[in-house]
Ligand binder design. Structure first.
Ligand code: NAP
Length: 870
């Protein structure tokens, strides 16, 4: 692959950065026989460990895991001295690695890449170094790290201070002697929290300016964990394999204990164990639900606050140091050594910037809204322009001359955090959209480097010269990254994960939170599918396998995996009684759904006997009248009852503010078509006639249903329209059965593997209706007259065999002049939207349903008015 030596400024690959990722990238590219040049503006290898030399700087992942694993011999050759190694030791390690593999000869230090431009003619990158040296390369790799561009001190007067100024991220190589000085530290993130106890040892006075109190746990540093060393010694390969396929990049079994349901003793025991362990991944794994459920999160957060109060003697200072206003883990938690204890020292003071913000830095100190402080030195521990900062700062321009900065003006857009459309042969290591900062970086770095090296090798073997993601693949991945984040609490915080620490930076969750294992699987799947989502070009032609690698909502995928692991028998292989028992057994284990004001059971006189109903009244004054919604459960006319859809009814009631009456109807095969439909119509008539008694506003009646329940709900609307009443204000049809034609594309695409299968649907129809009846509008309402039906909200889920008939019904209703709101449940199955409390990503869909319900009704009438109208 080497270019002719007559063009000395040309190499196969340029890599920017000589930290963990750049060094390993160089090693792997060399293995491919490529000519490589690495540039780093630092004076030596080390990356983040070259620059961040502040007192107390250490890694916050155990060093046994925070190391390369690509060469077992390297692992034998190096022994870490502590559980969390210091910055000098980690830097020594990287120097050792550079020397061991002879990497320095291809690295140019104190050399900054100032621009990179893609030359479409030459199919090469033109790289400018420093003031003008040019270089050309086929592949351009940014190994610049996620936290390498310090945030400028966005504080008024910062340039005015006449004393010593230090940045934790650019600490002087010769060190800083703060002995006897009056020192200010601004910032209480990991850098501040690590350095403050050591600065306090030197300073005569230390004042810490805190904007946001941070969660921190003791590192309990010391020798490397004997347990880990034993595991590594016994089965190194197994250990490293487990790390690569773990969620965070460290072998660890994720807990299934839920904070919200665990007893007090279990909660305490798990928390104390994590506190004692002193590892970030441990404290983030006290409960399975702490990252998604505010109530569970608060249990952990409060226990940490208790610890802070028990360490810090002055109650006022303890209160200031107790994090509030963000959930635990939504900002990167810290590991410390004596941080909170430092505030017990007489010469250390904490200033809460929420109470007295900094007005200005002055020539001799800091002025807050309340006080003037004099200092000899100011230490900025104010963080970084994280993840995107180093990438956009490098002036990278792609095929159309568009700079990365412009392309990412509204936030980063990448495929896998590795590449971005419009920038051929441009690779980012641990870029936004990859697990990176949420994982053990070394494991993620090795995975990225290996993937890039594998990709370049495959390209060469197949005769391709360029590779670039498609815009479809990229937007699909961005969506998946956001979907993964959206089911957690992380996007709620003003964190650097969100870009919220840099004024004016777009607020986008940048890292991939789906896990190292899930991410690795996605990368492997992409390769397995012939580089899905990438376009490759070369002298031999082009190849593009366009597509999206992950379309399903992450929590839906988890539920499917969980169910598959249970190995339940397919419903359609069971007699109805057994299928009902199975459904009841699985329903018994799910979360109960939200609390509502009141739940009462009763009976409706049906066409052939009483029909049980359950009424849900929203919280609020009991005498207030509300719109009324008659709801029919799902279950293919065969399964289900008042309990089966209870959480969904609670959710609908709570969100919409309507009284929901869930009606149980006769089931097949005991009562076949049209029994269920006739029961539904009777229930609607009864609800209309008894609206006031039910707490409903007369004349404000809607119907709703899921699946077969939606089928009979809309049939009831058709029957009411035909009978001249009752008046129905609207219908909500969640994944409805509206036709008996099972040949639509969605049956082909989703007929297997997503809970409701084609086989199960056939079983339902066979129990419910004779083939001759199945085209009757009371069975297949899509075939009925749709004129004059009430305004409709239809939910169609991507992975539902019924998706296309739902869409067809929406189109047909529209054609008949009915106002329709079609809600696409993106990434959902037939059942997942209804899984209240289990599938968090269904919540926005249910919020839309509730919104549609509210819009069916005019604003609530006063009680007296409604009674008079009656
Ligand atoms: P950081 O977490 O962003 O913390 C910066 C601190 O400065 C925050 O307390 C922030 O307050 C405050 N701040 C920023 N601008 C300010 C302003 N204008 N006025 C007052 N306060 C201001 O940065 P970091 O501590 O350097 O850590 C960044 C990341 O690097 C960490 O989260 C971690 O991933 C990594 N790191 C790791 C280690 C390690 O142990 N291996 C050590 C250091 C860093 P707000 O919170 O209110 O914005």
């Amino acid at each position: 692959m080497n270019e002719p030596s007559s063009v000395p400024e040309q190499v196969d690959a340029v890599v920017v950065g000589a930290g963990f990722s750049g060094l390993y990238m160089l090693y792997r590219l060399r293995q491919l026989g490529m000519s490589v040049k690495v540039f780093d503006s630092a004076g030596d290898v080390g990356g983040t460990w070259y620059w961040n030399r502040y007192p107390g700087a250490r890694c916050d992942v155990p060093t046994t895991d925070y190391a390369y694993s690509f060469d077992p011999e390297l692992e034998k050759a190096w022994t870490w001295s502590e559980k969390y190694a210091t910055q000098p030791e980690i830097l020594d390690y990287l120097r050792f690695v550079a020397d061991r593999y002879g990497l320095r000869s291809d690295i140019e230090f104190s050399a900054t890449v100032t621009s990179a431009r893609w030359d479409e003619q030459e199919k090469r990158w033109r790289i400018t170094i420093g003031c003008g040296t040019e270089m050309r390369c086929r592949y351009y790799v940014m190994a610049t790290g996620c936290l390498s561009l310090p945030k400028s001190p966005d504080i008024e007067g910062a340039d005015r201070f006449a004393g010593q100024v230090y940045f934790t991220s650019r600490w002087p190589h010769e060190g800083a002697d703060l002995t006897g000085q009056r020192v200010a530290v601004i910032g209480t993130g990991s850098s501040g929290i690590q350095s403050i106890p050591l600065i306090a040892r030197q300073a005569s006075q230390l004042t810490v300016f805190q904007r946001t109190a941070n969660f921190s746990i003791p590192a309990h540093n010391g020798p490397a964990s004997a347990d880990r060393l034993k595991q590594l010694g016994g089965d190194r390969d197994g250990y490293r394999h487990a790390a690569r396929w773990s969620r965070g990049g460290i072998p660890m079994e994720p807990t299934d204990v839920l904070g919200v349901t665990a007893g007090e003793a279990v909660r305490r025991e798990r928390f104390e164990a994590a506190w004692e362990l002193g590892e970030l991944f441990g404290i983030l794994n006290v409960f399975a639900d702490q990252a998604v459920d505010p109530a569970s999160n608060d249990i952990v957060a409060e226990m940490i606050r208790e610890k802070i109060r028990s360490i810090v003697k002055d109650p006022e200072t303890a209160e200031m140091l107790s994090p509030k206003g963000h959930y635990f883990g939504t900002k990167r938690p810290c590991l410390d050594t004596g941080y909170f204890e430092t505030y017990n020292l007489p010469h250390v003071r904490l200033v809460d910037l929420r109470k007295q913000p900094i007005v200005s830095i002055t020539e001799d100190g800091i002025e807050t809204a309340d006080e003037s402080f004099g200092f000899d030195a100011i230490v900025y521990a104010t963080g970084f322009d994280a993840m995107t900062g180093p990438l956009v700062a490098a002036d990278v321009a792609g095929r159309d001359g568009l700079s990365l900065k412009e392309k990412w003006a509204a936030g980063p857009s990448t495929y896998l955090g590795l590449m971005t459309a419009g920038y051929p042969n441009f690779f980012m290591l641990t870029g936004p959209g990859s697990p990176s900062v949420l994982s053990n970086m070394t494991v993620s770095i090795e995975q990225h480097v290996d993937w890039v090296a594998g990709c370049l090798k495959d390209m060469r073997e197949e005769g391709f010269e360029t590779i670039e993601p498609t815009t479809l693949a990229e937007s699909g991945w961005n969506q998946h990254v956001q979907d993964c984040a959206a089911i957690t609490l992380l996007p709620t915080a003003n964190s650097w994960y969100m870009g919220a620490n840099v004024p004016g930076k777009p607020r986008v969750f940048m890292p991939y939170i789906g896990g190292v294992n899930a991410y690795r699987q996605a990368c492997d799947d992409i390769v397995g599918q012939g580089y899905l989502g990438f376009r490759m070009t070369g002298p031999g032609g082009d190849r593009c396998r366009d597509g999206v690698i992950r379309r399903m909502q992450p929590d839906v995928a988890m539920v499917l995996e969980f169910l598959a692991a249970m190995g339940l028998p397919p419903m359609e292989t069971l007699p109805p009684a057994d299928a009902r028992a199975l459904m009841a057994a699985t329903a018994a284990t799910r979360p109960p759904g939200p609390k509502v004001g009141e739940v009462t059971d009763g009976a409706i006189p049906g066409p052939s006997g009483d029909l049980p109903y359950r009424l849900y009244r929203p919280a609020g004054p009991p005498e207030g009248l509300r719109p009324l919604v008659v709801y029919f459960h799902g279950g293919g006319w065969v399964l289900g009852n008042l309990d089966s859809d209870d959480p969904l009814c609670r959710d609908l009631c709570e969100r919409s503010g309507a009284v929901v009456v869930s009606v149980n109807y006769r089931h097949a095969p005991e009562a076949r078509f049209p029994a269920a439909a006739l029961d539904a119509f009777a229930a609607v008539q009864w609800a209309d006639a008894n609206a006031l008694e039910l707490g409903g506003i007369p004349g404000q009646l809607a119907v709703a249903g899921w699946s077969a329940g939606a089928n009979i709900a809309t049939v009831a609307c058709q029957l009411a329209r035909g009978a001249g009443g009752p008046h129905i204000s609207g219908q909500v049809l969640i994944c409805p059965v509206v036709d008996s034609d099972m040949t639509r594309l969605s049956y082909e695409e989703n007929g297997d593997g997503y809970i409701l299968t084609t086989a199960l649907m056939r079983w339902f129809w066979d129990h419910y209706a004779d083939p001759a009846d199945r085209s009757e509008p009371r069975a297949a309402p899509l075939r009925g007259d749709l004129h004059g039906l009430p305004p409709t909200c239809i939910v169609a889920a991507d992975f539902d065999p019924l998706r296309d008939e739902g869409v067809a019904y929406a189109r047909a209703l529209e054609a008949a002049g009915v106002p329709v709101r079609l809600t696409r449940a993106r990434g959902h199955t037939h059942t997942s939207v209804t899984m209240v409390g289990t599938v968090i990503s269904g919540a926005p869909v249910r919020a839309e349903i509730a919104e549609a319900l509210k819009n069916f009704f005019p604003s609530a009438e006063p009680l007296e008015h409604a009674r008079q109208r009656r």
